[in-house]
Design a protein. Structure first.
Length: 424
């Protein structure tokens, strides 16, 4: 029987699971919304119930005796305090929650290197400092750490990607000394390993609950963003992934770390490579301000992507840009407006494609490799006219994304762990 591994993605709206074969093909998938189990997406009990339901549904579609490994990804920067048994002690602080404590933010600003991802009110370190004085606290964990801990019974591990915003030094591969200078109790921080490292095996209770073999290993996962990149199949230096969702996000696999705080850029470590990228305020949400989706589809069918409108748009919803131009006052540029709606939409497609191209050039200026290929995910990736315009602007090969599911990227890490353990 062909062995399988499982990747689990716990996001802001639901839990998803993917069963993957060693050749990266997907054997089964499942998805369960968080609101089936409660109204609060920040309740760890809701997270675990959704993960359990997604795993149960997935296992109905496969031979569970063939499962060898499980890995988990979660939202980057979501933290919760736990006691010695892994029980949550307070409501988690989610990825976009801000710590409203000027003293905490000031000490991080004073002690953290300028390039550290631990700066800011939403950083993992700010949340860890906020939680550390709770009575009975034994550890501060990231969301993925806690879910994996429920599987293995080990609540003392994290991975390099989740730990980045908590101040972990991914180049030196250790918690840096400056964190202690902030007053952080270092014993509360988890042990950090590489994504894909084995961190334990299923507890007997969990194995019996899901009808899984008791020797299934638990593998260190990653953040949801890194998992989504891995899911596409991008694996070579110079491979880029563009997400065309409500915002425009680009990432490239680099042979060196890239740090540019001005643009909000820092690098996650993926083995001996680095994942760097940035997010623009442009994207699909700007298009949606001008046309409903059905009208975009209708107009796109009439667009000739081989010609230029000659309009130089910088589509933004409101003033302000973060990447590839760092200017909080940058005004939208959406004039003059052609009389023809199709021309107007085409000019916006051109403008967003130009921002995308500038973004990859900006990363190269900052030390990233030249772009060699692009894989596209998100709703905009399915628009043929927009794709053709982007191909013309970027001038590199456009390759198919194998998947846009974060759970599939995490399953790839489970395969790495199973291979390291000699289970494949």
């Amino acid at each position: 029987m062909m062995p399988l591994v499982i990747g689990i993605d716990i996001g802001t709206s639901g839990a998803r699971a993917v069963a993957m074969r060693p050749d990266f093909s997907i054997a089964a998938r499942s998805a369960v919304p968080l609101d089936r189990f409660g109204q609060s997406p920040r309740d760890p009990a809701v997270w675990w119930a959704a993960v359990g339901a997604a795993l149960t549904e997935l296992l109905l579609a496969i031979d569970r005796a063939t499962v060898r490994a499980i890995a988990v990804d979660g939202t980057s920067g979501t933290l919760l305090p736990v006691d010695g048994a892994g029980r949550p002690l307070a409501e988690p602080l989610m990825y976009n929650d801000k710590v409203a404590d000027d003293a905490i933010l000031a000490v991080i600003a004073r002690e953290a290197p300028a390039a550290s991802a631990a700066h800011g009110a939403t950083s993992g370190l700010a949340k860890a400092l906020w939680f550390q004085h709770l009575p009975g606290i034994a550890a501060v964990l990231h969301q993925a750490d806690w879910i994996a801990g429920n599987l293995s019974g080990r609540f003392d591990f994290s991975d390099e990607n989740n730990a980045l915003k908590t101040g972990y030094d991914v180049e030196a591969r250790r918690w840096p000394d400056w964190i202690a200078a902030t007053g952080m109790r270092m014993e509360l921080l988890p042990r950090v390993v590489e994504p894909g490292d084995v961190t334990g095996i299923l507890t007997a209770a969990v194995a019996d609950l899901f009808g899984l073999p008791r020797d299934v290993i638990v593998v260190a996962g990653t953040t949801d963003g890194c998992a989504s990149f891995l899911a596409t199949g991008a694996a070579s230096i110079g491979d880029g992934v563009t997400a065309l969702g409500s915002s425009l996000t680009i990432k490239i696999l680099s042979d060196r770390p890239i740090s540019a705080p001005r643009y909000g850029i820092y690098s996650h470590r993926l083995g001996n490579a680095w994942l760097a990228g940035g997010a623009s305020n442009s994207g699909g949400k700007v298009l949606a301000q001008h046309f409903p989706l059905a009208r975009i589809v209708e107009l796109s069918a009439t667009i000739d992507p081989t010609t230029e409108t000659g309009l130089d748009y910088y589509p933004l919803g409101t003033a302000g840009e973060r990447f590839p131009i760092a200017d909080p006052a940058l005004p939208p540029r959406l004039e003059p407006r052609p009389a023809d709606d199709a021309d107007y939409l085409k000019a916006m497609f051109e403008g967003i494609a130009a921002i995308e191209a500038l973004g990859y050039r900006r990363l190269a200026e900052l030390g990233a490799p030249a772009l060699t290929s692009v894989r596209s995910v998100g709703g905009g990736a399915a628009n043929p006219a927009w794709t053709a315009i982007r191909q013309r602007k970027l001038g590199v090969d456009f390759l198919p994304a194998l998947s846009d599911e974060a759970a599939a990227g995490t399953a790839r890490l489970a395969l790495i762990g199973a291979s390291k353990a000699g289970l494949l």
